[in-house]
Design a protein around this ligand. Structure first.
Ligand code: COA
Length: 263
């Protein structure tokens, strides 16, 4: 199954969705159309769908994942337009963060500004050894506006986030891994195969339980420890009402592979 959008490509193979940002001549910069295309795709073809279990997001071409929000578009924006652009970006990032599917960013080059922010709204980030990360916005007279000030600080701690945002410097994939932004680095020509392998591994587990883990981790992170542990307790308990829990544990006892039905 595949769909045509103006600025993105979408294809589903055996329940694995491939979302490719498709503006290679502009290093896949996020203009409002890209954001609207992603929003439309997620709302109408992904959210609540049984046909997609994991999504891999990457950039077209071999140079960039996403080189940021589109600077040419932002150049003449008023603050009201800036607010609307930021709001649209936030909507897209929140959608990726809250859909049931696992979302994986496969970083194949520059992940700057809005590109780094989009990656941070994914569940997992894997990068090619040639990738570069950064939040260069202060060099353009603005700050990250698609969630970067908050998600980067939560992911790598406020000190490192401030260093990256205040200096606007680019860091290598290795440095991004060292600070906990990236899970793993692969040679550029092996990035996709490795990410697909990880996606398939996740898909072999109980979809309901992976989705529940995503919900509890993401929601819990902004709660007090007590409230987050309560959330975990409830999230754990409710899974005992599923067939998948019975199947998963029965399969272990019977020393066979579980056959999850997502029920
Ligand atoms: N917005 C709009 N256009 C962008 C862009 C962005 N964020 N990033 C790259 N492009 C465009 C360039 O303008 C250029 O278009 P052109 O060929 O029509 O002139 C094209 O993509 C190729 O980029 P170019 O700068 O020529 O490539 P490079 O290899 O010399 O440099 C980067 C690569 C990523 C270092 C450089 O493009 C860059 O600094 N981009 C902006 C990064 C940024 O500040 N992002 C945060 C935005 S808030």
């Amino acid at each position: 199954m595949s769909s045509n959008y103006e600025t993105i490509k979408w294809e589903v193979k055996d329940e694995l969705g491939y979302l490719t940002i498709n503006r290679p001549d502009k290093l896949n910069a996020l203009n409002p159309q890209v954001l609207m295309d992603i929003k439309d795709l997620v709302l109408h073809q992904v959210k609540g769908s049984d046909e997609v279990k994991v999504i891999i997001i990457t950039g077209e071409g071999n140079k960039a994942f996403i080189a940021g929000a589109d600077i040419e578009v932002m150049l003449n924006m008023s603050s009201k337009e800036g607010l609307a652009f930021s709001d649209l970006g936030h909507q897209v990032m929140s959608l990726l963060e809250t859909i049931g599917q696992t979302v994986i960013a496969a970083i194949n080059g520059f992940a700057l500004g809005g590109g780094c922010e989009l990656a941070m709204s994914c569940d997992l980030i894997y990068a090619s050894d040639k990738s570069k990360f950064g939040q260069p916005e202060v060099g353009l007279g603005v700050i990250p506006g698609f969630g970067g000030t908050q998600r980067l600080a939560r992911l790598v701690g406020p000190a490192k986030a401030k260093e990256l945002i205040y200096t606007g410097k680019m860091i290598s994939a290795q440095e991004a891994k060292d600070i906990g932004l990236v899970c793993e680095i692969f040679p550029a020509d092996q990035l996709m195969t490795n990410v697909e392998k990880i996606a398939r591994e996740i898909m072999s587990k109980g979809y309901i339980s992976v989705t529940q883990a995503k919900r509890v981790i993401n929601k819990g992170i902004d709660l007090s420890l007590d409230a987050a542990l309560e959330l975990e307790k409830q999230g754990f308990a409710v899974l005992f009402d599923t067939d998948d829990q019975k199947e998963g544990m029965k399969a272990f006892v019977e020393k066979r592979k579980a056959d999850f039905k997502n029920r």
